[in-house]
Design a protein around this ligand. Structure first.
Ligand code: SF4
Length: 329
């Protein structure tokens, strides 16, 4: 028998996998990569998930959710949590994909590391029931860590599982999980710091600006993960690197129509201007570059981009702090 488990990279999903493996059921661990993690090449969570599946000796599958995620994110049926985190709809979307993998791979049920009451929005009894129903996994979604507190699932009813590997954990305390990990000899489990960017209030301020101006695209979300952001007007935004690493990353994220700015002969930031760009917007961008290059002296700023025939150089007066405050996001 086989089961599909969603693995986040944290302790709970690792324990849920182990609880199923101990019953001689093969587990395929699926990690979902969403647009709102820090580094989409290999996020800290993806790396942690891979490491734990190696340790647990189970198959690892990565599923990238891009457009499907954004479509859900723009209009989540169950709304957002404390920030812009649509946790209930996010889980439903992941579980719908897990169900498909279950059917394709001949697995019999799906497992998650959810713990009753651990998160107020998405892990209360009602939310857990809605997630199960709306993902189409009625009776086939097992949460081993809280299984004894939740309605019986088909795997339990059919006797596929031993009671001793199902638990009654609830609430926010991690002590029972830590104790269980110690009992099972899982000592080197990953516990990545930080989480989904949708729970980060600072990130969500920038994201709310994108939503307000209807600019919530994959490319714009990537830009939100770095630099200083300025709303020049309803149609134009400037993103400015805070260090040489960010300057380089910004240059890799340029798209058609963007204009880039940097000081002509001094060390300083690189910036991308994106939107429906006017001469006034270019002037503002040059003044921002000047402000973050010299603070109070005029600076020669170089502009380049696919939208310009040649490189242009402008001498710009730095913005003063009050002007910056009005446009900084
Ligand atoms: S915290 Fe982020 S990844 Fe986790 S369920 Fe909520 S929206 Fe999804």
């Amino acid at each position: 028998m086989k089961a599909i488990a969603i693995i986040s990279g944290g302790l709970d999903s690792s324990l849920a996998i182990k609880a199923i493996q101990l019953q001689n059921i093969e587990v395929i661990a699926v990690h979902f990569l969403i647009p709102f993690v820090m580094n989409t090449k290999e996020s800290i969570h993806e790396a942690a998930a891979k490491k734990i599946t190696e340790h647990l000796n189970c198959e690892f599958k990565l599923v990238v959710l891009d457009e499907a995620y954004l479509e859900m994110f723009r209009n989540p049926n169950h709304g957002y949590g404390g920030n812009l985190n649509p946790c209930i709809d996010c889980k439903i979307l992941m579980l719908k994909h897990a169900k498909k993998i279950m059917q394709e791979s001949g697995a019999s049920f799906v497992v998650t590391g959810e713990v009753l009451g651990q998160r107020p929005m998405s892990q209360n009894k009602q939310a857990l029931a809605a997630i199960e129903k709306e993902s189409g996994l009625d009776g086939l979604l097992l949460r081993p860590l809280s299984a004894k507190l939740l309605p019986e699932t088909i795997p339990q009813r059919e006797g596929w599982l031993k009671e001793e590997y199902l638990f009654d954990f609830s609430g926010r305390s991690r002590k029972p999980q830590i104790g269980l990990a110690a009992n099972w000899g899982i000592t080197d489990y990953p516990w990545p710091a930080g989480g989904c960017l949708l729970t980060d209030p600072h990130f969500c301020i920038r994201l709310a600006d994108l939503i307000k101006y209807d600019e919530c695209t994959r490319e714009n979300i990537e830009l939100l993960k770095l630099g200083r952001h300025f709303r020049i007007n309803d149609k134009t935004k400037l993103i400015l690197g805070r260090n040489s690493q960010e300057n380089e990353k910004l240059l890799r994220l340029i798209k058609d129509g963007d204009i880039t700015f940097e000081p002509n002969s001094l060390p300083g930031p690189t910036a991308i201007l994106r939107g429906n760009i006017t001469q006034g917007d270019k002037d503002s961008a040059c003044r921002l570059i000047a402000r973050y290059t010299s603070k109070d002296k005029p600076v020669e700023v170089k502009m380049s981009g696919l939208g310009l025939l040649d490189e242009e150089i402008i001498i710009a007066e730095p913005y003063i702090e009050e002007e910056i405050q009005k446009i900084r996001i």
